[in-house]
Ligand binder design. Structure first.
Ligand code: NAI
Length: 718
């Protein structure tokens, strides 16, 4: 017998049901929990002394975090998943129609099936606390809400708000939830239970009714109150979804259809449609890949970064940042956002002032978006102080260096700071191209030197590459990884080599896009092909964004290290030589207005390219596969060379660092999906056309020969 998730306590005529899954950090929904709910409802409905109930969580900061995702792996067919959804429907209907009205007392994460449970309750109270967030995140896993969410949510918050919540999967904070009618009441967390009991008593006495239906404004009722208006809303939602995702995420249109079915005929039709579509979506390759990414990020969070027995990470209570430029300011901002004091150092007072102003701008943006309060803004900004000498660095346990990309400057700051820092302090470099071992050369404590490669803009990009050398001490790695995670980053640990991992696999992808330009393919055609593959921006747009000078410098380093295979395109060199730097100079492959807003292709750039203004077209298959194939081959080579430690890290790095299409899972998942032998065949065909650059790497060839995969074909992928 496993311990029960639900427990019951009677307070007068009120049943207080506490959900607290034993041996689990969060509450999750599963077939077992549903069975317990059934039994609990039997018990309280059968007890005539019970007149109302409260559902509350026993976990500190979680109400119910959603369904147990492990259980999704057990579905063998769409029918299995449909049946699971239908059993969720039955339970929610029992809750909704019970003679005992239930008050949901929500504190902490109320997600997915958790919110669907709350929606089936008669009244919802949320704690006014930053940890309280409500969402239906199923579409992020390639699924649709399966326990009645597509049916009950629109009735509660209105059609447009519901579609927005379901399609974006976004978190709704407590205050916003009150405004939209998602919850009926907001209270201080300390009185949540007490007020919930009072409201249950009022429900029992018939003196309170949940709002349970949002009052729509005039425009809202015009649109949502009649079939014609709703048809416009649904059409618009489908159009927007298609435009944004190019049809790559089938759960989005499926969710719209499920919501729509709820308005067409009896309620049973809506629920049946939801269950059917939930079943269908559970079998899609897209859902499989998105669930893989969920498991991969979860397992990465538990990874210390050290192979074998891992030393405990040291606490990092403050951090020093050298260089207050673009990256230094971003790093300081994310540290301050986590409540970590930052000591800034640059060469001149103006530069320090500019750095602090840049941190302020990042925090101000969060304040404007209501992500932080005025008080938090003031507190976080006050954590950042600056100097032009090294005062205030005497007790700093970790310094992140973000000075110019110049080995001599990096050596100079390392030599200077070594005399100031405590003996055990970690020196982390944010270099994008210089090998960490070279930076560590000559350092008195090379075991304390490590790479922390952040991506720009630091406050937005989720990935952090931690780079270790053979000399980096394990406790330095464990501490740096733990600190990166504290900054909210997804952290992969990679070995020291030119380009590390992310820039290494980006290089051939960008080079191939450039070579297509060399051959005369139109700029927008190349970008469109990669948008259609699923990248968030096209490679030529990316070049403009990163800066042609930076791309040129990195391209030169990569071709020096890896020879002809990673030789940059002639087009990039020629456009760069003309003085165009991309967006920052407002001159690149695209046009930019005075405010830096991107327009169409700058046709005048073609005169700078090898084929001049003469345009050509490539076969559709080559357009679609050439850049991604080059990236995938290089990613597998990185695994072969032990730059990355696992396919999991390689997939996470590509998805979170470059925007490799999440619905494809990453380069290694793509190989498994397509099959190693088919990938080798495609590479060989491409190599015949473009000799030398597409030679399949040894690992791919041997996997193709032996019919192997990177991940197990069934069960939990990582
Ligand atoms: P930046 O030019 O904006 O900032 C560099 C700052 O370092 C300047 O404020 C400069 O005054 C300061 N500095 C130079 N010498 C110094 C010294 N001896 N002591 C103290 N401060 C000194 O450069 P950015 O873009 O912030 O790059 C910094 C580092 O981050 C480089 O190593 C770069 O390769 C790396 N990086 C840059 C990325 C990007 O997208 N810009 C992405 C990832 C890494």
């Amino acid at each position: 017998m496993t311990a029960a998730a639900l427990s019951l306590e009677l307070q007068g005529s009120i049943a207080i049901i506490t959900i607290d899954l034993p041996n689990e950090p969060v509450n999750k929904f599963s077939a077992l929990v549903i069975a317990e709910f059934d039994a609990m409802l039997n018990a309280i409905e059968g007890n005539s002394a019970v007149r109302a109930a409260v559902l509350i969580s026993g976990k500190p900061d979680v109400f119910i975090a959603g369904a147990d995702i492990d259980a999704f792996l057990e579905f063998k067919s769409a029918g299995d998943a449909e049946t699971a959804s239908a059993s969720g429907h039955r339970m929610m209907a029992r809750l909704e129609n019970s003679r005992v009205p239930v008050v949901a007392a929500i504190h902490g994460a109320c997600l997915g099936a958790g919110l669907e449970t709350a929606l089936a309750c008669a009244y919802r109270i949320a704690s006014d606390h930053p940890k309280t967030v409500l969402a239906l995140p199923e579409t992020q896993l390639g699924l649709i809400p399966g326990a009645g969410g597509t049916q009950r949510l629109p009735k509660v918050v209105g059609l447009q708000v519901a579609l927005d919540m379901i399609l974006t999967a976004k978190n709704v904070r407590a205050k916003k939830a009150l405004q939209s009618g998602l919850v009926d009441e907001l209270v201080h967390p300390s009185i949540l239970r007490e007020i919930a009991i009072a409201r249950a008593n009022a429900l029992a006495a018939g003196t309170l009714r949940g709002r349970n239906r949002k009052k729509l404004g005039l425009m809202g009722s015009l649109l949502e109150g009649n079939a014609l208006g709703r048809a416009i809303v649904f059409r618009q939602a489908r159009k927007m979804t298609l435009k944004k995702t190019r049809g790559s995420y089938p759960a989005l249109p499926a969710a719209i259809s499920a919501v729509e079915a709820g308005y067409q005929g009896p309620a049973t039709r809506g629920y049946a449609t939801e269950a059917r579509l939930f079943g269908e979506m559970a079998m899609t390759a897209v859902s499989r890949e998105l669930i893989f990414l969920f498991f991969a990020t979860t397992s990465l969070k538990k990874d210390s970064g050290v192979v074998g027995a891992s030393p405990a990470p040291l606490p990092i209570a403050q951090v020093g940042v050298l260089g207050t430029g673009f990256m230094g300011a971003g790093i300081a901002a994310v540290a301050a956002m986590q409540g970590i004091p930052v000591r800034f150092k640059d060469m001149k007072h103006e530069q320090v002032g500019r750095g602090i102003a840049a941190v302020r701008a990042v925090l101000q943006d969060r304040l404007k978006k209501k992500q932080i309060t005025r008080q938090q803004f003031d507190d976080q900004l006050s954590l950042v102080s600056g100097t032009i000498d090294y005062t205030g660095f005497g007790n700093v346990p970790l310094v992140i260096e973000a000075v110019f990309e110049d080995l001599a400057v990096k050596h100079q700051v390392l030599a200077e700071i070594e005399t100031v820092l405590p003996r055990s302090a970690i020196f982390a470099s944010n270099t994008s191209t210089i090998p960490i071992a070279q930076i560590a050369e000559g350092a008195p404590h090379p075991e304390n030197v490590i790479g922390m490669h952040f991506f720009s803009p630091v406050q937005k990009m989720p990935l952090l590459e931690v780079i270790v050398t053979p000399r980096t001490a394990p406790e330095v790695t464990a501490t740096t990884v733990a600190f990166g995670r504290k900054l909210g980053k997804t952290v992969i640990v990679v070995n020291d080599a030119p380009g590390f991992y992310v820039n290494r696999i980006l290089a051939p992808y960008i080079n191939e896009a450039g070579r297509m330009l060399d051959e005369g393919v139109a700029i927008e055609v190349i970008d469109r092909a990669m948008l259609e593959f699923g990248f968030p921006v096209g490679p030529i747009t990316l070049l403009d964004e990163v800066g042609l000078d930076i791309a040129g410098k990195s391209g030169a380093i990569m071709s020096k290290a890896f020879g002809d295979r990673l030789q940059p395109s002639a087009s990039l060199g020629q456009v760069l030589a003309s003085g165009r730097l991309g967006r920052k100079s407002k001159r690149g492959f695209y046009l930019y207005d005075a405010a830096g807003k991107k327009g169409g292709v700058d046709e005048s750039v073609y005169a700078l390219l090898p084929t001049g203004t003469r345009r050509t077209e490539l076969a559709a298959d080559e357009m679609r596969h050439r850049c991604p194939l080059a990236m995938v081959n290089e990613a597998v080579r990185c695994l072969e060379e032990k730059i990355i430690r696992s396919p999991r890290d390689g997939d996470i790095g590509a998805v979170f660092g470059i925007g490799f299409p999440p619905f494809r899972g990453g380069p290694f998942r793509t190989v498994d999906f397509v099959g190693a032998s088919e990938v080798v065949r495609q590479l060989e065909a491409m190599n015949a056309k473009h000799p030398g650059r597409f030679m399949p790497c040894d690992l791919l060839v041997s996997m193709a020969r032996d019919g192997k995969r990177f991940y197990p074909a069934t069960g939990k992928p990582v």
